[in-house]
Ligand binder design. Structure first.
Ligand SMILES: [Zn+2]
Length: 356
């Protein structure tokens, strides 16, 4: 199982390219310009397509939309590349699989949730020409969330605890995670323009989806929910998503999801880019650690980014803690990732094959 999963972005990229080469797949590489990775490596999104050349139905699988969460999605993608029964099934059903590895390579390499511009890609696919959604709850909390020192002092810990005790855990989660466009150095920042990753994803969808009549999309995430369980969260056509993936597909719009209803998720680019295709999209959100611990690590994530002069040992320790909050280094957890990913992929492939 560990052969599918990696210990760094560089390692993940090597495993993905090696697994694609083993299948004689030509990888389409889109390099993030001008920025090297944490280990000095090239930062790139790699695209591998499996399945019949003329397939009009396609399932897209994306990893590392949230950078550090890529350890999970990359592992699932590499496992699928090693799945020797899959190509014949795709041929039989007339469905192609498009593996988009590390759509946010900067965040994956630097063990951060956001991009080189501190942009949360699931808040970035909005119309920047129109008024952006406000978030008064975040503005109220920002100074507490990103304190001058890390770890936070006693007064800060008490103030956050007090907020959760009086307003409730969900109110805290919603204020912090819904997204905001006012604090560029803050958490869940949606940016001020489409990020490189968002533009790259739109181009990939346009390039490969142009001739498709039906497109499915699974975007792999980690950090919310019970450890190892993959919650299916829909963006877009809910009835079709439930037809393909089952009754447990949840939606932030009807209150069934563990995630807040966010503006501008990356998955929403599917309808914009490929309006000619029918489609359905979900994020699979695999649980890792308790919610407040996960959010504390995202506070550390923005803190370390804006304190480049902090001691190297402290920065390295914080990055390791962030990775550990989004990737559980355990064979049971990894097995749950691969098993549920395979089920979701087969459900989508069969669902696509039945689209008229
Ligand atoms: Zn995520």
């Amino acid at each position: 199982m560990t052969t599918f999963f990696s210990t760094s972005y560089r390692d993940a990229r090597e495993r993905f390219l090696a697994a694609a080469a083993r299948r004689n797949i030509n990888v389409d590489t889109r390099v993030l310009p001008d920025i090297a990775g944490l280990e000095g490596e090239t930062l790139a999104t790699d695209v591998a397509r499996i399945g019949p050349a003329n397939a009009k139905r396609m399932l897209v699988l994306t990893s590392a939309t949230h950078g550090v969460e890529g350890f999970c999605g990359s592992g699932a993608q590499v496992a699928l590349l090693h799945d020797d029964g899959l190509p014949a099934l795709l041929d039989k059903l007339g469905v192609a699989l498009l593996l988009v590895h590390a759509i946010n390579p900067y965040g994956f390499s630097y063990l951060s949730r956001t991009t080189e511009g501190n942009v949360d890609l699931n808040r970035n696919s909005v119309n920047f020409a129109a008024p952006l959604q406000g978030n008064a709850g975040y503005a109220e909390l920002h100074d507490l969330l990103v304190p001058p020192t890390w770890p936070p002092d006693e007064a800060n810990i008490a103030a956050i605890r007090d907020y959760i005790d009086t307003r409730g855990q969900w109110a805290y989660q919603e204020a912090v995670t819904t997204g905001q466009y006012t604090h560029a150095e803050g958490m869940f920042y949606g940016g001020s323009e489409p990020a490189w990753s968002t533009r790259t994803m739109r181009r990939i969808l346009a390039d490969y989806g142009e001739t498709c009549a039906a497109i499915g999309w699974i975007d792999f995430h980690t950090g919310l929910g019970p450890s190892g369980f993959g919650a299916k969260i829909n963006v877009g056509d809910l009835p079709r998503a439930r037809r393909w993936w089952g009754a447990d597909v949840t939606s932030p719009l009807d209150g069934t999801s563990i995630a807040a209803n966010v503006a501008g998720p990356l998955l929403s680019t599917l309808d914009e880019t490929c309006p000619h295709a029918s489609g359905a999209a979900i994020a699979i959100e695999y649980g890792t650690v308790p919610l407040t611990d996960m959010l504390d690590m995202l506070r550390a994530d923005v803190w370390v980014r804006h304190h480049p002069d902090a001691p190297d040992a402290q920065k390295a320790a914080i990055r390791r803690q962030i990775r550990d909050a989004f990737y559980i280094d355990d064979d049971l957890w990894r097995g749950m990732i691969v098993g549920q990913a395979r089920v979701a992929v087969l459900q989508a492939v069969y669902g696509l094959s039945r689209e008229t």
